[in-house]
Design a protein around this ligand. Structure first.
Ligand code: 3HC
Ligand code: NAI
Length: 703
């Protein structure tokens, strides 16, 4: 018998406690332990009520995701839930922390539910490409009806205890977390006193009868999912499963749910999403964090140099995390703009009812705009976000070196520049690192932590602390041109330009990319980011560009016309005043055509499949180079970078996971074929060649 599920007694009450830190995931051992404990409690005549609870600060985070993909081990969770529900004595789930997925299904199979105030309950299975598979789609609708069930299960979003109480999903909220056990025992005594027996969710009829034969809600809900769950599989299947709660008897509904659950479990989407779940946890495990000699330095005050797009976004992200920020700009006019950039974010929060004026004022008390670098003398960390020019950044770092206190961390938000060259102008390069945020920095979750040669472990760990405070997803990146994300983007950005010059219109390319699952096409993304940014970068690289490299001038020609994208109302698309949705521009097509003629290119057509094959091949090949050079720690870190920074569809797991699913030999074959056209660009990465030769996958490198 396991010691991870304990049965203890208080008076005539049995208490089944889950004790499998950190989150009481329902592994085979726990499931078996639950069956054993419930069967023992059932046969112990001295027990009148059973309480199910977590030993520590959480109830259960559901099925053990680590077991997914392995053959299912008995007893399966639906059976455990069935056993709990069939118990002849009342069962109370006493919940604290979270009850998610299978954890919440255990609670719904229990007859009564009480929860602490801060508890969250929900069915997040869709985030893993699944539907609830232990009765959730059948019990929840019987407890709360179709509307909330559809919302909770298809969005995967948990709800708070108070809302759950209002919806009749739990019976009592306990204000004081520490008294959960006492309150659960008191609740049990009340049941005994009032002679209350089990109240089984599966037997509840009120919502089923109320709903009758009305199926419209399910049709309408599926229609609305076309927008919110585009490309996803399991939310649509979840609607089918929930519908059966209203059309089939409970036992048959459970069978149907199981069939759909297993179908989803075997889908490529689920494998991609489960990979993303583990990858986003793995990427936080930097070698520096394992180094006991380098705990993070203090971090409660931040300086931000530059109040433009990025400086103000970083400032807001820090203020939101409760960090004091001093923002420095080069003159009064610029700092006024910086101030405006910051306050407009909070004004919008007030307009939208997300924050009150008092809350905003409280946050802004921590914000100090200034034009005096001396105001940075006491900050724990400074992030520089000035123009993307090495000399300008070096000047800023020379100044910082003179002013900031010893031990302060100095970071650059550069997109491409060499951090070693920035660190070298200071007397303390060991305190300098790259912190590459993504725009808008207060929204985008990705943070590349760039590791220059001399940086100390505790400085890197302070970067990790910042990421944690700001709830960013940190990825450890080597100090190369464009680090991980922008370096890979620069390759697939080129391949789309080549296809455009060879005959595919930018609109065809964007449609293919959108259909693949990205939120927008790449040319739409260029328009959004500003075509001038890439233009400046290409000019910077012009002197060192290899003459063998194919160069497409179309983007430069657009920039020369002043078409920088959304900010100028024209780029690859035309934007009507105030609109973010661009329309196709015939003049762009003419410009492209003229350029093709000037170069004497015989155009050809590209199918959507070929567009995506080339796009993915370029992405994967460069990712391999990044890995091969040690610029990323593992393939899954590249997946996280592309998922969180570049809109790669999460349900595909990221480009490395996707490549594994397509098969590396197929990708290498494509690259070799394209190599015949352009041997400079399509040079197969040595790592890809090696993996194919050894018959290995990227997954094998995910240590
Ligand atoms: N299975 C296995 N491991 C899990 C897990 C789970 N369900 N949930 C969390 N973990 C692990 C994490 O991988 C992490 O491991 P690590 O320390 O080795 O990296 C550790 O527990 C702590 O997790 P977090 O770092 O995420 O801790 P947080 O406190 O930030 O978050 C949480 C806790 C909110 C519970 C979050 O982990 C979470 O959302 N977990 C997943 C919940 C979920 O999706 N449940 C549904 C599972 S599917 C299911 O139940 C199917 C059923 O219907 C049959
Ligand atoms: P921006 O042009 O919007 O802002 C730069 C700000 O720096 C301006 O307000 C300018 O007045 C200020 N500045 C210039 N020199 C200064 C100095 N010596 N002292 C104080 N302030 C000074 O530029 P943006 O877009 O915010 O970019 C800043 C940095 O962030 C660049 O290195 C850029 O490559 C990087 N970056 C930009 C991203 C983007 O999407 N815009 C994304 C990620 C990084």
């Amino acid at each position: 018998m396991t010691d991870k599920v304990l049965l203890t007694k208080v008076d005539n009450i049995g208490i089944v406690t889950l004790n499998s830190p950190p989150v009481n995931a329902l592994s085979q051992e726990i499931r078996q332990g639950l069956l054993d404990a419930f069967s023992k409690a059932e046969s112990d005549d001295s027990l009148k009520v059973i309480i199910l609870m977590g030993a520590d600060r959480t109830f259960s985070a559901g099925a053990d995701i680590g077991e997914f993909g392995k053959s299912s081990l008995e007893p399966v969770l639906p059976m455990v839930c069935q056993t709990i529900e069939s118990t002849s004595k009342p069962v109370i789930a006493a919940i604290t922390g979270v009850a998610l997925g299978g954890g919440f299904e255990l609670a719904m199979a229990s007859h009564y539910r009480i929860a602490t105030n801060s508890t969250k309950v929900g069915l997040p299975e869709v985030h893993l490409g699944l539907i609830p598979g232990a009765g959730g789609t059948q019990r929840l609708p019987r407890i709360v009806g179709p509307k909330l069930s559809l919302e909770m299960i298809t969005s995967g979003k948990p709800i708070k205890a108070k809302k759950a109480l209002a919806e009749g999903l739990i019976d009592q909220v306990i204000e004081d977390t520490d008294s959960l056990k006492e309150e659960a025992i008191a609740f049990a005594h009340t049941l005994i006193k009032e002679n209350q027996g089990p109240r089984r969710s599966s037997e509840r009829k009120e919502h089923i009868e109320k709903q009758g034969n009305d199926k419209e809600i399910f049709i309408n809900f599926k229609n609305s999912l076309q927008k919110t769950a585009r490309g996803l599989y399991s939310p649509f299947k979840a609607v089918d499963a929930i519908k059966t709660a209203f059309t089939l008897p409970f036992d048959e509904g459970i069978k149907k749910e199981r069939d759909i659950f297993l179908e989803c479990m075997n889908s490529a989407q689920s494998k991609g999403l489960v990979h993303a779940f583990f990858s986003e946890r793995k990427c936080t495990k930097f070698p520096e964090a394992m180094n006991e000699n380098g705990p993070a330095r203090d971090l409660s005050t931040l300086g931000v140099v530059g109040g433009g797009t990025m400086g103000s976004g970083i400032t807001v992200a820090a203020l939101d995390a409760g960090i004091k920020v001093t923002m420095i700009e080069r003159d009064q006019e610029s700092i006024e703009k910086g101030k405006h950039n910051v306050t407009k974010v909070y004004k919008r929060h007030i307009e939208k009812g997300r924050m009150t004026e008092e809350q905003v004022n409280k946050v802004l008390e921590k914000y100090k705009p200034s034009t005096d670098f001396d105001d940075l003398k006491d900050v724990d960390m400074v992030i520089e976000a000035v123009f993307e020019e090495l000399e300008v950044k070096q000047e800023v770092f020379k100044t910082l070196d003179k002013i900031v206190k010893p031990g302060a961390v100095m970071a650059s938000n550069t997109s491409y520049l060499n951090i070693d060259k920035i660190a070298a102008v200071t007397s303390r390069p060991e305190d300098v690192l790259g912190l590459h945020f993504f725009s808008p920095a207060n929204i985008m979750k990705l943070l590349e932590i760039v590791i220059p040669t001399k940086v100390k472990a505790d400085v890197v760990n302070t970067g990790l602390t910042l990421a944690k405070k700001m709830r960013k997803v940190p990825v450890r990146a080597g100090n190369c041109d464009g680090f991980i994300g922008n370096r890979i983007l620069s390759k697939y950005g080129k391949v789309v330009a080549y296809m455009m010059e060879d005959g595919a219109s930018p609109y065809e390319i964007d449609k293919a990319i959108f259909k693949f699952g990205l939120p927008m096409g790449i040319f739409q993304m260029f328009d959004l980011a500003g075509l001038d940014i890439g233009w400046a970068n290409r000019k910077r690289q012009a002197a060192t560009r290899d003459p063998r490299e194919r160069y497409v001038h179309i983007l430069d020609l657009l920039c020369e016309k002043g078409h920088y994208g959304q900010k100028t109302g024209r780029g690859f698309y035309i934007y009507q005043e105030g609109s973010r949705r661009g329309e196709e521009d015939p003049e762009v097509l003419t410009l492209i055509d003229e350029e093709r003629k000037r170069k004497g290119i015989t155009t050809r057509s590209f199918s959507e499949e070929e567009i995506m094959n080339r796009y993915i091949a370029a992405m994967v090949n460069e990712s391999c180079n990044v890995l091969h050079e040690g610029m990323a720690s593992r393939p899954s870190d590249i997946d996280i970078t592309l998922l969180y920074g570049y809109g790669f569809p999460r349900y595909r797991g990221g480009p490395m996971k996707y490549a594994d699913q397509v098969g590396l030999p197929k990708i290498l074959d494509d690259i070799k074929k394209y190599y015949e056209e352009d041997s400079f660009f399509w040079n197969p990465s040595p790592l890809l060649v090696e993996l194919v030769e050894k018959g290995q996958t990227f997954e094998s490198l995910n240590k």
